[in-house]
Write a protein that binds this ligand. Sequence first.
Ligand SMILES: NC(=O)c1ccc[n+]([C@@H]2O[C@H](COP(=O)([O-])OP(=O)(O)OC[C@H]3O[C@@H](n4cnc5c(N)ncnc54)[C@H](O)[C@@H]3O)[C@@H](O)[C@H]2O)c1
Length: 387
Amino acid sequence: MAEKKKLRIGLVGTGLMGRTHANGYNRIHNFFPDLEFEPELVAVCSRNEEKVKAFAEQWNFASYETDWRKLIARDDIDAIDVCTPNDSHAEISIAAAEAGKMVLCEKPLSRTIEEGQKMVDAAEKAGVKTTVWYNYRRIPAVTLAKNIIDSGKLGKIFHYRGNFLQDWTINADLPQGGEGLWRMDANAAGSGVTGDLLAHCIDSAMWLNGGIKDVSAVTETFVKERMHQLTGKVEPVKIDDACLFHCHFENGSLGLFEATRYARGHKALKTFEINGENASIRWDLHDLNRLEFFDHADDSKLRGWRSIHVTDGDHPYIDKWWIPGCGIGWEHSFVHQVADFLKSLEDDSDCSPTFKEALQTQKVCEAIIESATERKWVDTGVDGQFV
Ligand SMILES: NC(=O)c1ccc[n+]([C@@H]2O[C@H](COP(=O)([O-])OP(=O)(O)OC[C@H]3O[C@@H](n4cnc5c(N)ncnc54)[C@H](O)[C@@H]3O)[C@@H](O)[C@H]2O)c1
């Protein structure tokens, strides 16, 4: 077998995403043997030395750092993978781009459009490759939905519905801020469910159904004050606990979205449903290997929702895994993103969404918050193609 070219990785952040990405890099050698490039896990970085050392050993990184600036300064690293909370995405990504490194950054791209624009500018100025981990695009059933929509099977699209429902912050005694709970702190997260959950729904929606033109939103913060873990004081909660918005897409369809962390009984129910003139399609994360499809052209006596088990060899990505009928999981979407990034090095293409593409999602998020705050419709300013 020909010697593989290496993509030398430096990963920052060893929490949930640090683990999913490390798992992604580790699976490539076994499951994507045809790629020209292979990841080399050169170093991982986190601030606690004991923990980062253990992480490096567990996930096969050759070395570790406790300061991301040192990681970026190393000349044995080609790409920086940013798996830290949202408040450090811009600083780390911009420094990495300025040092000539490729950047793979977790979502949301940034806390604000302003930060995101600086990230786009830095990457473009340095001419480095970027990607943002909107991983749901790479769940085979979701990729299949994209292929079906792009083939024109749905005809003119009228409706797009997207939800992301969770229930983990209902307890009023849950603190905010600091390790593990930075999502509850607006300074660290930028926003609440809008940047955390709706950002995923918006990325999926614009990829599947094109740009969102304008939005009208309502947000709510159900628990107004919580103890802040970093200050030890009870402080106002500034994130949105729940957000509902409706919108117009550029293709003339209407969108309806809901995200909350207060939907008792739902752990991570990400869903979408799209209704077209000829057919409809729907998907949910709790049954992620299935895509439901309704075709009005079917014989009327047999017409109904089909439940497609997306596990056949001709379904997206599936030929790389097991045998028909044996499903794969959420974590595989990260393996697929690594594989697509490596593939993009072979043919010098983009691994979507790039920073520039992910900035479009940021524009919608910011328009949502503005709409909810000022109680009015807001134009998103979204432009560009969603490929
Ligand atoms: N794509 C997805 O489905 C998905 C899912 C969850 C989280 N995310 C995103 O991933 C990012 C990380 O989320 P998470 O759930 O892994 O958070 P986490 O709290 O589990 O982990 C964050 C990690 O970053 C480290 N860290 C924080 N500041 C640092 C610094 N200055 N230098 C080095 N390390 C630092 C922490 O010690 C921790 O190891 C967030 O932007 C989040 O929005 C994406």
